[in-house]
Design a binder for this molecule. Sequence first.
Ligand SMILES: [Cu+2]
Length: 126
Amino acid sequence: MRWIKLFLFFSILLVVGCTKTEEKPDIVIDIKVSKNGYEPNIINVERNKVVLFRITATDEGIEKDKDSKYYGHCFYILPPYDVMVENIEKGQTKEVKVKMIYPGHHIFTCPYCSLYFPTKGDIYVK
Ligand SMILES: [Cu+2]
């Protein structure tokens, strides 16, 4: 009984924690990020679509020092998605594929600099 419960618990964790995917994308969304925020900062997608996000940083973010842990910008979709792309350097594009399984309003942000700059956006999954 105990093992079954444990197995179920980890199975659920695995399923819930898997919004990042290697599936073929249905759509591609290009996003630019700088100290002025994300462009676009409002994204509408259909539920269960696989979205390839391509995030390009157009400035260096809050840290000028390239060796700093916090150099560049991030693209972080808050839980339940909990998808993080870190250290996108100036001029660099990073990608992540996400299956949009959770409906409703979700927030993405740059944890490095959102306290100082308007690096925050909304995703609406319908
Ligand atoms: Cu940032």
